[in-house]
Design a binder for this molecule. Structure first.
Ligand code: FAD
Length: 480
């Protein structure tokens, strides 16, 4: 699927290249790195981003194959009007440069016995959908919705930081089916076994999913990083594409600079790593155990995605929603699918022959995958809910965990960074590293995954740097 980065082949030992100096260098241009750069530039710091791919954005990207348009990562977002992502984009000054549309309904969940539950634009609409599907739980549903949508997030966090989301759901509901559904939905957003997810993360995810769901930037997800990158350039920041950080120089435990693949060196005393912790430990040449210490680090799940192209008949089952959840047997989300159509999300005309459909499933990391067999299995699963699909496929391609690894170097092709479970939550990294002076961390690996959370860490990291450098700012952190 993704094009491999064009690597500039140069002898990195050729040190005739000049040394460049910056206040801050950011490794990786995922959403975390880009947001962080925007805030640092606002505060007047000379900032550079180094990105190994030909484009910015990391997983938040879109691409063409044979004239068919696809999303590389996320397909819908929450929190643009009422949530933290919209607030951050407004604060940076780019929200009105991106044309977000909100779909109503956004998601359609196919429940057993032919029942259907829609996720609506307004939270009360979604609540009614739940009541319709689970009439015996009406009262519990109302209590659950009013509970998770209450304003005081810090209060919720402190009360629930030691409880799992599983415990929380059990304390509200009696019926197994609704418990299963909420658990499976949460797995669908986080890719982590739900028994271990801290309750506060579940609440944060559902707040976004139920309160302000279903947004899509017209032109594709790539519009978000593209607009952030334009802002970075306007503010005087630099972005080096098709380059790669090969080494972080340290002296007496402090950051001193970077070595790039093309041989250039960057002199810098503050570095932000928007990359996975495993690669980071090789770049600073620290033994893994020196810096991981007691912390437990488990990559979240990876994924497989089918990319299909054809005429309108291929996507017509999505006429009443923008995304179908084809739920598998209970508690096995690996056998579930999320099906969506980038062409419908971009409102291309019905008679176009360039319609596109993507079928997403979580998948564990494996070196040896029988791609043909996997493709057929996944298609068979899709045919359960879209029986006529196969004859309408004109174009087909597939991404597997290795594809996701190759694109970002995220260990095991993890699509949502670290799988933040209760024990990991206790030990999790601060955005200011405690093992090398001047090294800061940002992105999905240093919280839990997703665009909103990567963006929040970007801002949090920038604020930690400004504090460290004793530069004043008036940024605050708020949640939905
Ligand atoms: C298929 C899929 C579906 C998803 N669906 C959703 C969804 O529906 N909603 C949602 O919110 N999130 C979703 N996500 C997750 C979301 O996209 C990620 O959590 C988020 O984009 C991660 O951002 P990040 O800042 O951590 O950086 P990443 O996206 O991980 O980017 C890191 C960047 O660093 C670069 N890099 C790595 N090493 C180096 C180096 N040595 N030198 C230079 N550059 C380097 C990489 O090339 C990459 O561009 C999905 C992801 C995938 C793959």
């Amino acid at each position: 699927m993704f094009q491999s980065p064009v690597i500039l082949e140069r002898n990195i030992k050729n040190s005739a290249l000049k040394m460049v100096e910056f206040d801050v260098a950011i490794i990786g241009s995922g959403i975390g790195g880009l947001v962080c750069a925007c805030y640092l530039l606002k505060a007047g710091l000379k900032t550079v981003i180094i990105e190994r791919n030909p484009e910015v954005g990391g997983y938040c990207t879109s691409f063409y194959r044979d004239g068919y348009f696809f999303e590389g990562g996320p397909h819908l977002l929450g929190g643009i009007e009422k949530g933290v992502l919209g607030q951050l984009l407004t604060e940076i000054g780019v929200k009105n440069k991106i044309n977000f549309v909100q779909f109503d309904p956004s998601d359609k969940l196919l429940l057993p016995y032919g029942r259907v539950l829609f996720i609506r634009k307004e939270v009360n609409g979604t609540l009614k959908e739940f009541e319709k599907c689970f009439p015996k739980e009406k009262k519990n549903i109302q209590l659950f919705f009013s509970y998770i949508t209450q304003k005081n997030f810090l209060d919720l966090y402190s009360r629930f930081k030691k409880k799992t989301f599983y415990d929380l759901v059990n304390s509200f509901f009696t019926g197994e089916e609704i418990k299963q559904l909420l658990n499976i939905l949460l797995f669908g957003v986080l890719g982590v076994s739900i028994e271990k997810i801290p309750a506060w993360i579940g609440i944060a995810v559902f707040k976004e999913f139920f309160l302000d769901p279903g947004y899509y930037p017209q032109g594709g997800m790539k519009e978000i990083p593209k607009t952030l990158a334009e802002n970075i350039k306007r503010e005087g920041g630099e972005i080096l594409l098709k380059n790669e950080v090969k080494k972080i120089f340290t002296k007496t435990g402090s950051v001193r600079g970077l070595l790039l693949l093309d041989g250039r060196k960057i002199k810098v005393n503050t570095i932000v790593a928007n990359i996975d912790p495993f690669q980071l430990s090789t770049l600073i040449k620290k033994r893994k155990e020196d810096w991981l210490g007691e912390r437990i680090f488990t990559p979240s799940s990876s994924a497989v995605v089918l990319y299909l192209g054809g005429g309108y008949d291929l996507v017509k089952d999505l006429h009443d929603c923008r995304c179908i959840w084809n739920l598998g047997p209970k508690e096995n989300f690996y056998k579930s699918q999320i099906i969506f159509s980038p062409s419908l999300q971009n409102s291309i005309e019905q008679n176009s022959l360039k319609h596109t459909l993507e079928v997403f499933s979580f998948h564990r990391w494996r070196e040896d995958i029988n791609e043909k067999g996997l493709f057929s299995r996944l298609l068979k699963m899709t045919k359960r809910v879209m029986p006529g699909i196969e004859k309408n496929i004109v174009f087909r391609d597939m991404a597997i965990p290795k594809t996701f690894y190759r694109y970002t170097l995220n260990r095991n092709g993890a699509i949502l960074g670290n799988s933040l479970t209760i024990p990991q939550d206790k030990e999790r990294f601060k955005v200011k590293s405690d093992f090398v002076e001047g090294l800061f961390l940002t992105g999905a690996w240093y919280s839990y995954g997703g665009i909103s959370e990567a963006a929040i860490t970007g801002k949090r990291t920038a604020m930690a740097i400004l504090k460290e450098l004793k530069l004043s700012h008036n940024f605050e952190l708020t949640r939905l």
